[in-house]
Design a binder for this molecule. Structure first.
Ligand code: GCU
Length: 683
């Protein structure tokens, strides 16, 4: 297999480790009874992994052996005395959770993996193998784990011609032309990778949807994928183009209140469920960036979402309605628009509607404050939308460990129901008692040999999955797990690499968008700097709209003297953000327009501080290069070389960002660069 193809599941041979003897003992006699496809997958995975890690092929019995050392089975299959030992644990574990426990059975210690359902067994086996890859001991283990979020979902922005919107790792995995007959091994490997981190839903198609996906010819193909994914616990969703009844049907309107339109969608749902009985539902981008929607007919988001929800309800499906809306007609501050449009609808959506909200109020910037809708719609399940693909973060060229970004958002306190109202508690539904919860990540996967383009971007897929399972995990834990599994358990590798991953997110913020700057990317592709762009037809597409640099200063005033977007945040956060002295400096220019001479906490002026941040970003990439150089003994040659080359590009481009932004902003500030900042060169 090509380098990196196996992701975090390489199952490297364990030759020298204190746990080796323990592992050999545990795996002497393995029992994993049960006939379902899911359990068959668990057995195959176990066989493959143990053979690779321990050398000798284990024998995994499909019957309940008398004297197992490792017993894996759903509760109902366990002997009564063992059932008793896991009863309490499993009452907490739910449909998808599991327990891994070292117990005494007939005077002998055995390792027990149990769950309420087959999918819990598969998740339990994957966790067991995860821990083994980290060389952890099971001697005292008593672990109960279950997902804290119901829908743990990847959103593929894949087009039917296999291009991927904002995809930087090749073409789409879905080979529509050869489906449904031809099942690419990659579909299976993809499902396996997702199951290993607990992802249980995927939306196959771009949010800028093509209605053709809902025609019978394509639905046959979707069914083939759904059949592959089902035993891995993954449900399929599709994006629904609101104007589909006109485009692929015979109607003249897509008005959600029109009886014929309602009937069209009800029939469509029946058709889909006759092929895919566990179809997840629709993901919808409506009245956003020119996409059709209910507003085209004088209706609103509730009318649109509920009409679709009605069609799916008899089958148990969900509507995931996106809140990413902004319009040129209301452009005083784009950051305010989604909240303004959606919050009044709280409580009006049907039970099977989730409103999917990007993590911040603009658009997946290297850093944004959390979206003010979180916590502001207590009667509506808000689903998180993170971006795993790095649209504004250097594509698959720059190394950026995104769990650090996700964690910052999830940990943020909205204060919507007093202190401690973190985004994580809103998303998992516990704070506001939601009946359903969800987290989506815009996928960074394509048909590149290593799936994600940058070898280290696999960590972002992994980390997203882990946080969707448990939004309270720390990014450090995730970094360590991933590094140990993917590369090496050597401490000389783990220590420096963990630090490098953790710091990589701040590095990109520093060299692209320090101190709360945002959306100063070049137009369309969003790759390099373009703070000077000012002539685009829609004001809120222009970087100048966001940084507002002039002779006096820089930044977007979102306080009451400006757009008053801060009003959408709860107290005491609102007041804190309104005052530049108490506003966290990482958001300073997001919320304030300040003079070039404004004094930062470190005593530097704003101009100096900004220039130094850009330089710090460049320095941090230099450090990453130095660290990586030392890691050669722990990484295969191909990947070591690849990352090295990519880091060189990242360094070049960090300097490009620094130089372009500082030269441009200098035309306003008219100030010299502080000492220590590399002299920008025009190239
Ligand atoms: C961004 C991105 C688009 C995408 C949109 C969305 O604007 O650039 O490509 O379609 O987000 O999330 O709908």
């Amino acid at each position: 297999e090509p380098s990196g193809y196996n992701l975090w599941l390489p199952y490297s041979k364990i030759s020298e480790s204190p746990v080796l003897k323990e592992y050999t003992d545990i795996t002497k006699t393995i029992s994993l009874p049960g006939a379902s496809q899911t359990l068959q997958i668990a057995r195959t995975e176990l066989n493959r992994a143990l053979k690779k890690m321990l050398g000798a092929p284990p024998s995994v019995a499909t019957s309940l052996r008398a004297d197992p050392t490792l017993l894996i089975g759903t509760k109902d299959l366990l002997p009564p005395e063992l059932q008793k030992m896991v009863n309490d644990d499993l009452s907490r574990a739910g449909d998808e959770g599991f327990v891994i426990k070292s117990v005494k059975h007939r005077k002998k210690k055995i390792l027990l993996i149990s769950a309420n359902g087959d999918i819990g067994i598969l998740y339990g086996v994957f966790r067991f193998l995860n821990l083994m890859q980290q060389h952890q001991s099971f001697v005292k283990i008593s672990l109960v784990d279950y997902p804290k979020i119901d829908l743990r979902m990847l959103n593929h922005w894949d087009n039917l011609d296999r291009t991927i919107e904002r995809g930087y790792a090749g073409f789409s995995l879905w080979n529509w032309q050869k489906l449904p007959e031809f099942i690419d091994q990659r579909y299976i490997d993809y499902a396996r990778a997702n199951a290993s981190i607990g992802i249980n839903a995927v939306s196959l198609t771009n949010v800028n949807a093509n209605a053709l996906i809902l025609t019978p010819m394509y639905l046959e193909k979707v069914k083939a994928l759904a059949d592959v994914f089902r035993p891995y616990g993954i449900k399929v969703y599709l994006t629904a183009r609101f104007s589909a009844p006109i485009e692929i049907g015979t109607l003249k309107t897509a008005d959600p209140l029109d009886p014929n339109v309602k009937q069209w969608w009800a029939d469509k749902a029946d058709q889909i469920y006759s092929l895919i009985p566990d179809f997840g539902g629709f993901l919808v981008k409506a009245n956003s960036e020119g996409q059709p929607g209910p507003q085209n007919y004088g209706r609103n988001h509730v009318d649109g979402a509920n009409m679709l929800a009605e069609s799916l309800r008899p089958h148990g499906g969900n509507v995931i309605w996106r809140a990413f809306v902004y319009s040129e007609h209301d452009a005083d501050d784009r950051a305010k628009q989604a909240y303004t449009e959606f919050v009044p609808y709280d409580g009006k959506f049907m039970d099977n509607v989730l409103v999917q909200t990007k993590n911040g109020p603009i658009d997946f910037q290297p850093r944004e404050p959390f979206h003010p809708m979180f916590g502001a719609m207590p009667k509506t399940p808000l689903m998180m939308e993170f971006q795993i693909t790095q649209e504004y973060l250097g594509f698959s060229t720059h190394l950026v460990f995104l769990p650090k970004l996700y964690e910052e958002v999830l940990d943020a306190d909205t204060y919507q129901q007093g202190e401690g109202s973190t985004v994580a508690r809103i998303i998992d539904g516990t704070l506001q008692n939601q009946k359903i919860s969800g987290m989506a990540g815009v996928s960074n996967v394509g048909n590149d040999m290593n799936w994600t383009g940058h070898p280290m971007a696999q960590a972002n897929w992994y980390g997203f999955g882990r946080l969707a399972w448990d939004p309270y995990l720390s990014s450090e834990t995730i970094a360590e797990e991933w590094l140990r599994m993917t590369f090496s358990n050597q401490e000389a590798f783990i220590g420096p690499m963990k630090e490098m991953l953790i710091k990589s997110r701040e590095a990109v913020v520093n060299y692209m968008n320090p101190l709360g700057l945002h959306h100063i990317f070049d137009t369309g592709h969003h790759y390099g700097p373009g703070p000077w762009v000012s002539e685009l037809s829609r004001p809120e597409w222009n970087p100048t709209y966001y940084h507002n640099a002039d002779a006096k200063g820089i930044g977007f005033d979102r306080t009451p003297s400006g757009s008053n977007a801060t009003e959408q945040y709860a107290e005491p956060l609102r007041s804190r953000l309104n005052d530049p002295d108490t506003c966290p400096e990482r958001y300073l220019l997001w919320f304030h327009h300040l003079s070039w001479d404004y004094r930062l906490k470190n005593g530097k002026t704003l101009w100096q501080g900004m220039a130094l941040k850009y330089q710090e970003g460049v320095d941090q990439v230099e450090e990453m290069i130095a660290t990586w150089k030392q890691m050669q003994p722990y990484v295969d040659q191909v990947r070591h070389k690849e990352v090295q080359m990519l880091l060189q590009i990242q360094l070049k481009e960090a300097k490009w960002w620094r130089d372009a932004c500082l030269l441009y902003f200098q035309t306003f500030s008219k100030k010299d660069l502080p000492e220590g900042v590399g002299k920008p060169t025009r190239t």
